[in-house]
Design a protein around this ligand. Structure first.
Ligand SMILES: O=C(O)CCC(=O)C(=O)O
Ligand SMILES: [Fe+2]
Length: 315
């Protein structure tokens, strides 16, 4: 767990945002406060039903249960495909081997790039692709609702992110993750996911009910205080990424988080809701003023993203 870090006993009391609530102004106000206080919240009534979550986790489990040779047939090329245990290290400040997790990244599914994805063999897993595509479809719809709610929460027009081309095209990634249950895969330094902030706009995370996810609200304070994020049946956990922190001039926070081992195997599915790679990101007009000037110069999203990836993957 690292020197100077406390073990956690408290539970993060994260706000719950109802995506289908009729009063959008009041939902947006709750979202704003959640992004200022925590950078993490739950969403409910998001349009992904229990049956689809069930099928998604079932297919995920089937993939990770395949022999390593089969999984390596779709080993990561660029930023898509399978990454075995210990090959990614989210906390680049530590000198140990990578995180104890394996995962499969499925990139955007719009027409021009959908063929760049690597899918498990249809003979081995006949329902895999259709299940992940169905999940992508539903969660992207939830993501678009979040985009407009976020705009309202920032005192911008509801279509703000669409109007500036953030969805032109959107570049979301689905990451299916498995953390081994056997504690011999971990050490004090090797966690399931080492402490990190997400890079992009927002992450919508489906977790399977096994504990392990923790947040640290004060990233610069030592020792770090970690709080457990509990699973709420049917809810997704959402967190703000560094891109949004910069976009909002640090008004919304991108919160440090990690996954610690519990002795139980754990599955999760992250949906990184990322904007168009060519998007120019500059401080939102509602987040700066003469007395509070922008803290970050404008940047093109892909340039920033590639910089963030540096050093996290083993060559
Ligand atoms: O598996 C989890 O619960 C967290 C995953 C995560 O933080 C990430 O993929 O960025
Ligand atoms: Fe994360």
């Amino acid at each position: 767990m690292g020197v100077g870090e406390e073990t956690t006993t408290t539970v993060a009391n994260l706000p719950i945002i109802d995506l289908s609530a009729p009063d959008r102004e009041s939902t947006a106000a709750t979202l704003r406060q959640a992004c200022i206080d925590f950078g993490f919240f739950y969403i409910v009534n998001h349009g992904v039903d229990k049956d689809l979550f069930g099928r998604l986790f079932e297919e995920s489990q089937k993939f990770f249960t395949l022999p390593l040779d089969d999984k390596m047939k779709i080993a990561r090329k660029g930023i898509r495909g399978y990454t075995p245990l210990y090959h990614e290290k989210l906390d680049t400040a530590t000198s140990t081997k990578g995180d104890s997790k394996e995962f499969l990244d499925i990139g955007p599914l719009h027409d021009e790039v959908r063929d760049s994805n690597q899918w498990p063999s249809e003979e081995l897993l006949p329902n895999w692709k259709t299940t992940v595509e169905a999940y992508h479809d539903k969660i992207m719809k939830a993501g678009k609702r979040l985009y407009s709610l976020l705009a309202v929460a920032l005192n911008l027009s509801e279509n703000y992110f669409e109007d500036i081309g953030a969805l032109d095209p959107p570049m979301p990634f689905i990451r299916l993750l498995r953390y081994p249950g056997d504690l011999s895969y971990y050490t004090n330094e090797v966690l399931g996911a080492s402490a990190h902030c997400d890079y992009g706009m927002m992450t919508l995370l489906a977790i399977d009910g096994v504990a392990g996810l923790q947040v640290c609200r004060e990233k610069d304070r030592q020792p770090r205080i970690w709080e457990d994020v509990l699973h709420i049946e049917g809810a997704l956990v959402v967190n703000i990424g560094d891109l949004t922190e910069r976009w909002t001039n640090n008004v919304f926070r991108s919160t440090l988080h990690r996954v610690v081992p519990t002795g139980q195997e754990r599955y999760s599915v992250a949906f990184y809701l990322d904007p168009s790679h060519d998007l120019m990101v500059e401080c939102l007009e509602t987040c700066c003023s003469e007395s509070n000037p922008p803290r970050f110069p404008p940047f093109r999203y892909i340039d920033y993203l590639l910089e963030r990836f540096e050093g996290t993957f083993e060559a």
